[in-house]
Design a protein around this ligand. Sequence first.
Ligand SMILES: Cc1cc2nc3c(=O)[nH]c(=O)nc-3n(C[C@H](O)[C@H](O)[C@H](O)COP(=O)(O)OP(=O)(O)OC[C@H]3O[C@@H](n4cnc5c(N)ncnc54)[C@H](O)[C@@H]3O)c2cc1C
Length: 379
Amino acid sequence: MDFSYNENQKMIADMIQKFGKQNITPFVREWDDAQIFPVDVFKKLGELGLMGVLVPTEYGGSGFTYTEYVTAIEELSILDPSVGLSMAAHNSLCTGHILQFGSEEQKKKWLPKLATAEWIGAWGLTEHNTGSDSGGMATTAVKDGDDWILNGAKNFITHAISGDVAVVIVRTGEKGDSHGMSAFVIEKGTPGFSSGRKEDKLGMRASETAELIFDNCRVSNDNLLGNVGDGFIQAMKVLDGGRISIASLGLGIAKGAYQSALQYSKEREQFGKPISHFQAIAFKLADMATEIEASELLIYNAADKKNKGERMTLEGAMAKYYSSEVAVKVANDAVQVLGGYGYTKDFPVERFYRDSKLCTIGEGTSEIQKLVISKQIIG
Ligand SMILES: Cc1cc2nc3c(=O)[nH]c(=O)nc-3n(C[C@H](O)[C@H](O)[C@H](O)COP(=O)(O)OP(=O)(O)OC[C@H]3O[C@@H](n4cnc5c(N)ncnc54)[C@H](O)[C@@H]3O)c2cc1C
């Protein structure tokens, strides 16, 4: 396998770095402090083709593979992980679900708007009482003539307020039946569909996280994705790909934190020499560099399998689990390398430290990844 950047990856990395210098980096602190989701930046990233990375060109997307997708999320997350998270949720979850399971008519209806970021997408699986155990969800859809009536709420949903459209997985059958759930597309403005409380978060503060509420919300059967009862199975497949994106987010965080720590360690002097000359610091940097390399290899291996259409539940879970834990560890060590300055908002490592924790929680916690991995290897 060749892991050097191909021409598309080089173009994407260069484009994001140039775009970020003007449109992201100067504002990161303000967005983080005030929990601002930068909708205009999101739209501009859409113009650059980054909101429909995996969507074929015939539906208005960029038509790239997971290889380019990993690069895009990683590069954005080095600049601002919140923007990386929003991009991942929009591309992999909402758009990805319609792309994988929508009919031709549904794809033509929603993908062009999502791929260009004219519309922002949300995806709702999690509820207040069911996160890891999402199959136990309580939100229901009940058939009423040609329509469905939805009642309940989804929790921790990225873009729940700013989103123009959401894919939601709700109960249409018995609890405990993996075929008892179905996926629907719901547009903003549909009567009975609203957003609720916005979370005040530790990190990823520029990525909007809130509730979706359904109060006798009527949707047409035309908004059902695939067959009745397929929703949960579809969601698990969407998450297989989604995990590559959260792994890439973790990789970007780890690289951003490592680069800051490396540079600082060469400039900061104590006891008459740069702190990088102390083995305690140098070994931290050596661990960081090695773990980042290992994350990268796991991620591109999972992406390669996905590109080939091979099953990658195991590889995706390994990449997500490892890269997320590395992001937390590297960000923690980077704060340590910067000492007191690492504890302040004057350096980005403080934010990377807070942002990194999401990676071990979102789209399946590290514990759930270990469950997936052990199930795959033990059988
Ligand atoms: C910023 C943010 C954005 C998010 N965006 C979205 C989104 O867009 N759409 C969406 O649907 N969801 C989203 N989520 C929800 C996220 O996927 C869930 O938070 C996650 O799946 C964990 O669920 P939970 O929070 O209910 O934790 P719980 O499931 O209650 O878990 C609590 C703890 O118990 C552990 N645990 C649970 N079950 C087991 C088990 N069987 N074995 C071992 N340990 C276990 C967990 O690992 C964890 O440590 C988001 C969350 C955050 C924080």
